[in-house]
Design a protein around this ligand. Structure first.
Ligand SMILES: CC(C)(COP(=O)(O)OP(=O)(O)OC[C@H]1O[C@@H](n2cnc3c(N)ncnc32)[C@H](O)[C@@H]1OP(=O)(O)O)[C@@H](O)C(=O)NCCC(=O)NCCS
Length: 152
């Protein structure tokens, strides 16, 4: 089914669907409606969504601070029924391509210590662990910061 899923840039019109994905995919540390509005309008950020027809089934968002600060993969989520079809990988690969075209040399992200499968996805995309983040999440779970070099 992933062959019929296409990637598109999100705009503020997609805010409610993206928030619904946040609610479905994260139990803590969700992006708030106000923050999502800001990220899709005024913030330096880029957001790609995976569409099946007109349905948004997943999305990835990168924050774009002024270089040489690293870009940051801020959110990545795919609806449960659509997982396991390489959508997260496609979203990440497209976002990393865009970061390269914007001349970012590094991208960082944070991931839960317990999410080893997701860490493996990031490892396969070129991210490497750079920091331990004790009690990083709202539920006090530890995190791991990972970084990918983009111009190597
Ligand atoms: C993490 C998430 C985005 C992965 O989405 P997905 O579309 O199913 O991922 P993909 O199909 O692109 O998987 C890519 C690879 O990661 C692995 N992977 C990713 N998440 C996995 C999981 N929860 N369990 C097992 N493997 C997983 C896959 O096995 C796959 O490996 P392969 O390419 O060698 O086959 C999705 O599970 C999700 O939305 N989870 C909840 C939100 C979340 O935790 N986001 C990450 C925050 S850091």
């Amino acid at each position: 089914m992933s062959a019929t899923t296409t990637l598109h840039r999100a705009t503020v019109k997609d805010k409610h669907s993206l928030l619904a994905i946040e609610t479905c995919c994260f139990s803590t540390d969700r992006i708030s409606p106000r923050q999502m509005h800001y990220l899709l309008t005024q913030a330096k950020a880029t957001t790609l969504m995976a569409l099946f027809g007109s349905q948004i089934v997943g999305y990835g968002m990168c924050l774009l601070p002024r270089p040489p600060r690293p870009a940051r993969l801020y959110s990545l989520a795919v609806l449960p029924d659509w997982r396991g079809q390489q959508l997260a990988r496609r979203l990440c690969e497209s976002l990393l391509l865009e970061l390269r075209s914007l001349h970012y040399s590094r991208c960082r992200l944070e991931v839960r210590r317990s999410q080893t499968a997701v860490q493996n996805l990031y490892l396969s995309l070129g991210f490497r662990p750079i920091d331990e983040l004790p009690s990083y999440y709202q539920d006090q779970e530890d995190g791991l910061r990972m970084e990918c070099t983009l111009n190597a």
